[in-house]
Design a protein around this ligand. Structure first.
Ligand code: NI
Ligand code: MN
Length: 228
């Protein structure tokens, strides 16, 4: 198994899983850290954690151009169909599905979710991906919550955690989340994009290294890490 992870800025990631391109929360247009043009990205599957504009991002245009399957909660699934996206798959909290390249289970995220026009976006989600026995937890936009320990019980190889503060947990709470999840590795997200979520990634990484057993992987926008 090989998984190349590229940070596109904010909470947007491009994954290449055994040769298959996957996007998560592809917010590029309007993202000051955007590390790619939306038109340059390939995707077979797009996972969406919630409907806020800084996550929904360029999903509609990328899905229309590539034919990628959009995986989201029921409310976003319905909205996507109204935009003319036919390759869609709905899930909801606690439910898992084998998408072929990856298995994905939806997990709780403590946040809110509405579309840019104010329409209700359903519950926000995190994702628990399983690929060839590796488990990857993408927390989405969320506060720290004690049930992260339950997610950690499954044995997490890599966690993606928000560290920006203001809209999600900040650096200190992310350290507590790492103690609950106990992942082998952690990648920070949802920071640096805007002044309200400005954080120092390398200072955070130093704290993770000195205060936990988890290896921090602090990416620059556009840089990659290969797992496996
Ligand atoms: Ni949000
Ligand atoms: Mn957000």
């Amino acid at each position: 198994m090989s998984m190349k992870i590229t940070w596109l800025g904010h909470s947007a990631f491009a994954l290449n899983v055994n040769g298959h391109p996957i996007l998560i929360d592809p917010f590029l247009t309007g993202n000051p850290l955007a590390a790619a043009e939306p038109d340059s990205l390939d995707a077979e599957i797009i996972f969406l954690s919630h409907a806020h504009g800084d996550h929904l991002g360029d999903t509609v245009s990328i899905a229309k151009r590539t034919g990628a399957k959009v995986v989201s909660n029921w409310e976003i699934y319905t909205w996507m169909q109204e935009q003319g996206i036919e390759n869609v798959h709905p899930q909801n909290t606690g439910g898992g599905w084998d998408h072929g390249t990856v298995h994905c289970k939806f997990t709780v995220a403590h946040h809110s979710s509405s579309f840019p026009d104010g329409r209700y976006g359903g519950n926000p989600q995190g994702f628990l991906f399983t690929v060839d026995g590796m488990r990857i937890y993408y927390a989405g936009d969320t506060d720290l919550f004690s049930d992260m320990a339950l997610i950690g019980k499954t044995g997490i190889d890599l966690a993606f955690l928000p560290i920006g503060d203001n809209f999600t947990m900040g650096p200190a709470d992310s350290l507590e989340a790492i103690r609950l999840i106990r992942p082998r590795m952690v990648i920070p997200m949802h920071y640096k994009t805007f002044p309200m979520i400005d954080q120092d990634g390398s200072a955070w990484g130093n704290r993770v290294s000195s205060e936990t057993d988890t290896q921090p992987i602090v990416l620059d926008p556009g840089s990659s890490y290969t797992l496996g």
